[in-house]
Design a protein around this ligand. Sequence first.
Ligand code: NAD
Ligand code: UGA
Length: 318
Amino acid sequence: MKCLVTGAAGFIGAHLCRALLERGDEVVGLDCFTDYYPRAIKERAVADLRDWADWRLVEADLNQVDLPPLLGGVEVVFHLAAQPGVRASWGQRFETYVDNNIRATQRLLEAVKEFASGVRLVFAGSSSVYGNAPEFPTSEDVCPRPVSPYGVTKLAGEHLMGLYHANFALKTVSLRYFTVFGPGQRPDMAFHRFIKAALTGDTIRIFGDGRQSRDFTYVGDIVQATLAAAKAPEEGTVGQAFNVGGGNRMTVNDVLAVLAEVIGRRPRLEYQGVVKGDVRDTEADISRARSRLGYSPGTGMVDGLRAEAAWIEDVILK
Ligand code: NAD
Ligand code: UGA
């Protein structure tokens, strides 16, 4: 099967591309290498994919690239390209969020509608659409009320998916990923920063009292759900949104305790103010993904942190 993956050189995109190639798919990866974090990290993430004959990386911006040739023969589009990060989405930087999360998504949908209307289109949505949810675990039926500009743009992307499904019968599936961790994690994210600081003797900075919680999800589980969303029967899947959580809901303080065990050292901690845009808690109700996608998360906190720590040591600190 031939697939197009947008955001292919990013944290999750690179893992997804590897999994697709490993199962024998042909993959066209699209990425414009935004400067949100160092290009070298993205280059390393996709470096080993060059060994596959069925891999092609196109460096281009989704807002400018000529899309029809990239869609030729494609059966599934995985749309992961975006400007991520909840806390950085205020002020002038919002423009980048609008460009990469809303405009680029609409442009891709128009191209799919015109030139590849039969493809399955899997969208990387976000738990940030919920904001401070009224109940936990949170099901997809809860009305989304984002508390960050980033969350607003991810919700807009999801609504666009729904609109193109309802009006033009595009086969869209939205996945709401919950705080993803593991090897390759972005340098702005908590575990990347925590592990790096713990290994180098730096101070870990915690936003708030550390009692905020997240449903942390291992990247391998995210890939499993994303592949399943492309294959699941259309009935009950297309036009829908699914939570993809890991079943690892923990407070930041509890994660730090586990990390101290994993690394064998107790890092210095500094508590700072809460950052606007951060939600207090998340916890996914994954029963819909379980029943319709066959999703079953398998990696817990200790194993996941070990794998991420090994990557930080071998790749980031080398
Ligand atoms: P990432 O920044 O590592 O990857 C995104 C990639 O998209 C980057 O390599 C970037 O260069 C590329 N990109 C951005 N705009 C582009 C454009 N206009 N044209 C071409 N390429 C472009 O982020 P990630 O953490 O891997 O996130 C992947 C997706 O998953 C995003 O859609 C994000 O919103 C979503 N998501 C991530 C998490 C998480 O915890 N990491 C959680 C929920 C949702
Ligand atoms: C993550 C991703 O960064 C978003 O792109 C994504 O959309 C979102 O998950 C999601 O699930 O939808 P976040 O939950 O903020 O966002 O993930 P982390 O950056 O790993 O932060 C987790 C917690 O650690 C937050 O409470 C944050 O405030 C805290 N944190 C983070 C710190 O205390 N210190 C830091 O240096 C970084």
